[in-house]
Structures are given as C-alpha cells and as structure tokens.
Write a protein that binds this ligand. Structure first.
Ligand code: GLN
Length: 488
C-alpha cells in the first residue's frame, strides 16, 4: 500500500479518478509512510490523522468529482499557515497553543479543490532560518542523510514531500525558504511572483517579501497546486487582480527552442562548490541541447543583496512580531508585576534566540538615528537590484544558476554562525527583493556528497507559466533522482 506514496500527485490523481485508489486509501498510505519515516525525519509538528480520514471518507462517499482538481490528494502545510481549528505554531513557543478560527486563503482554496490536509510541517521559528534548526520544538533531518539539514525555513515541507509522506506541501519563501529546502531535499519548489498567491492567513515575517508556494515531487504537480492557490483575494491588498493562466496547458512544450537563458556571472563563480557547479552546468548544457540559447548577464548587486535583505526582512519582522505581546495571541506570562513586565516576560520566554536577534536588529535599523543609514539604504539597493534584473530580462527569458552554493550541510554545522547561515541565501533573495518568481528543480546528485543539487530558474513577474514549462522540459530530459538514500 505504501507504494501509493511513491506516485506523483499527478499519478495519484489518475488512480483516484479511475477509482483504482480511494481517497481513504491514499490517506492511509500516507499515514503509514509517516509512521515509518517520522522517527528519523521529524518533518511534522502535528498530524491531523483523524480529520484527514474523516474528510477522505466523506469524499469517497460523495464520489470522485472531476471539478475538484485536487480531489482526495493528501497535502501537508507549513505550520505558518492558519488552519481553522488546528494549532498553528510557527514552530514557536509563543504560539504553541494558538488555534486559529479561520483558514488561510491558500488553505481554503486547497480544501475547496478537494485536497486533504494531513499535517502541519516543521519550520524555522517564524520562518527565520535556512536549516529548520531554529524550530523551537525539534530539528528536521534530510531524508537523503539524517545527519544533514533539510534546508529551511520550509524544511519540514521539503522533507515530508521528499520522504513520500504526502503528495504536495505548501511552503513559504521570504528569502529562499521554498527553493532552498527543495534543493536540499531533491524536490521541486516554486516561489511565485509577489502578489500571485494571497498571503491572507500567512503569519507575516517580511510582508513585502513573503510568498506561499508549492513543494512537490514533480513540475506538473507544482503546476497543479499553483493553479489552485493562485489568484486575487480581496482579503489581501497585495494580491494582484490579474487572470491566472492555465499552468497545465503551459506545460505543452517539448523543447526549449526560442528561449534565451541568462547566466549571471555572479552566480556561477566564486564560492560555489565544485559539485554544485558541475550538476548545474550539465543541466544548462542539456537546456542548450534542447534548443535554448544562453547568454551571460550581470547582476552586479548580488554581493549587496544579502545585506539589503537582512535589513529589510528584519525591519519588517520586528514590526510584524510586535503583535505577539501576550495579550492578543498565544503564551502569556501569568506572574508579572504589571503590564510592561507581562509583555517583557511573555516575549522573553516565548521567542527563541534567532527571533530575538532579528527583532533587535530590525528595531535598530528602523530607529530614528539609523533609519537613513540602514533601512533607507537597503531600500535603495533593493530598487537598483530590481532595475538590474529588469535590464537582464531584456536580454533573456529566464535566468539560471544554482539555488545554493553547496548541498545540504550537517546539522549543527552553522547554528552558531548566523552570518554563514545567512549566506546560504545569496542566490535566492534577489527574487524576493524584486518580487520575481523562482523555481528550484532537482538536477542530479552531487558527485562528492551524493546529495541533491537544485538549479534555480528565475522568471519575469508573473512568468510562472514560462518557468514551469521550461522546468518541465528539463525535468523530462534529466534522469530522475532515485529514492532518498537516508530512508533505506
Ligand atoms: N533564510 C532566510 C531568512 O532566514 C529566508 C527565510 C525565508 O525565506 N522564510 O530570513
């Protein structure tokens, strides 16, 4: 039965539609896989086994509905997405017992499309991190090697999909948190254009950067999930009112003829490990064989992107996290002398180290004396960076490079060195700062580490259809990855 879990989402849909697999069987298979893998992987903060089974039985009783594009498909959600009646912790002690009374729009849309919510995935606390080691509860491990991190901050989502616990997961990406774990875990991850997917019900980290997106075992699966969650939402004023293309139809192309891929000099040189460069270069060579032209492009501000990002994201975080004051949500200290004491104690006990570090930095860069020196400068760099990317896209259709300079690193290896951790985001954060879509595609296993390598494709705003179609052509030409080696 657990072989059902080795199917792609698209494969499962076929079986469900044909009546060969019941929704309840799909859920049971996932629960069985969760029981088998979770002791090592630890991808999930909570599993909604009973609710999922009830929902599956109800779907089975009503019969397959071709108008529900994710009918009977078990999915996992990063625990930063509000779920009605189900604890939403953000992997933080401060929200440990927080149960929202509404669903995030992306979650509501998944449910409406017939998806079954199976579990809430582990993450770095409030999505702050690149390894999922900042979870207040426990670290998640990489299904390819239990001594390695799955990447972060959507590491639980990535590991869960990679381990076959579900057929798709939602992650969120503020500076790379979908693409990095997708790359480390050998799955597909797509960060949509800012505004493509509603952020309503997503607990905000950096509101001008955050996007929700799919993590799946294949490109077609990502297209199916994006189709469901994308689109305008009156509840999120930053969601864009623009028609959603048919992403599945966009997958029709069979080669890359007529496409020009830009290769930023800054993404292919210094600091990239030999094995990552090699796998990514092979993938680009394959793209050329498939008809794509490649051109060099310059993204001169890449070196400043990390600094600008960690000012803007942290400034926004310090403001967004002010709402966790012990009054409105979550944990409250019960024996404080007065109101201020209660705020201080609730926050001191509720937030972890990294979150506190970021609140302090974020508050500092916004403070009266330093605003001009830091925040305003970072905002200027952000604008220039966007201009560079726009200029690059005048000469190419897509931009390609590694997702991350290395493959998955060892647990504990970078936790004490926040700057080294921040540098993991060097190639992913530009897309967030500029609001552009980015996709991580597994392109092979590193020759040295034997771990997955992800190629990042960036596209122009609202170019998800192009990203997906190009990624699909490449995916079909690349030998599929074997099952994750850490689970054997
Ligand atoms: N690693 C980055 C950070 O810690 C990105 C996180 C994210 O995308 N949520 O801010």
């Amino acid at each position: 039965m657990s072989r059902i879990c080795d199917k792609s989402l698209s494969g499962l849909r076929g079986l469900l539609a044909a009546g060969e697999v019941k929704a309840a069987e799909a859920v049971e298979a996932c629960l069985e896989r969760i029981r088998a893998t979770e002791p090592t992987v630890r991808a999930l903060i909570s599993v909604q086994a009973e609710q999922a089974m009830d929902r599956a039985r109800a779907l089975d009783a009503a019969g397959y509905d071709p108008d529900m594009p994710l009918w009977g498909v078990p999915v996992v959600l990063k625990d930063v997405l509000a779920t009605k009646g189900v604890a939403t912790t953000c992997a933080s002690k401060i929200l440990e017992n927080f149960v929202p009374f509404y669903d995030a729009t992306a979650v509501a849309r998944l449910k409406r499309a017939g998806a079954i919510i199976l579990a809430k995935a582990n993450m770095d606390e409030f999505a702050m991190g690149s390894s999922t080691e900042n979870s207040a509860f426990f670290p998640t491990t990489n299904p390819w090697d239990p001594e390695r991190v799955p990447g972060g901050s959507s590491g639980g989502s990535g590991a869960s999909v990679s381990a076959g616990q579900c057929f798709a997961a939602l992650g969120t990406d503020t500076g790379g948190s979908i693409r990095l774990p997708a790359s480390f875990c050998g799955v597909v991850g797509l960060k949509p254009t800012y505004g493509r997917v509603s952020r309503y019900g997503l607990v905000a980290y950096g509101s001008s950067l955050d996007q929700i997106g799919p993590m799946t075992r294949g490109v077609e699966d990502a297209a199916r999930v994006l189709q469901v969650i994308a689109g305008h939402d009156p509840r999120d004023s930053t969601s864009v009112d623009r028609p959603v293309p048919d992403y599945l139809e966009a997958l029709g192309r069979s080669d890359l003829k007529g496409l020009t891929i830009g290769l930023p000099e800054e993404y292919w040189g210094r600091g990239v490990s030999a094995e990552v460069a090699e796998s990514c270069r092979e993938a680009v060579a394959l793209a050329e064989e498939l008809g794509a032209a490649t051109v060099p492009v310059r993204l001169r501000l890449t070196d400043f992107a990390v600094a600008a990002y960690y000012i803007i994201a942290l400034a926004e975080a310090s403001s967004n996290l002010a709402r966790f004051d012990g009054v409105r949500y979550g944990r409250r200290d019960r024996d404080s002398a007065d109101l201020l004491d209660m705020y201080v104690k609730s926050r001191t006990q509720g937030f972890g180290e990294e979150v506190k570090r970021r609140i302090v930095i974020g508050t500092y860069v916004l403070s009266a004396g330093y605003y001009d020196a830091y925040y305003r400068k970072a905002a200027q760099v952000r604008r220039l960076l966007r201009r560079d990317l726009d200029a690059a896209f005048e000469g190419c259709d897509l931009i390609a490079g590694p997702v991350c300079p290395t493959t998955a690193f060892r647990l504990g290896h970078k936790v004490d060195d926040p700057l080294a951790m921040y540098l993991m985001d060097i190639f992913t954060i530009s897309a967030n700062l500029a609001g552009l879509p980015g996709l991580s595609l597994p392109v092979g296993l590193g020759t040295e580490s034997g771990l997955p390598v992800g190629l990042q494709l960036m596209g122009p705003a609202f170019g998800e259809d192009l990203l997906l179609s190009a990624a699909r052509v490449l995916e079909e030409a690349i030998a599929p990855l074997p099952a994750p080696s850490g689970l054997a």
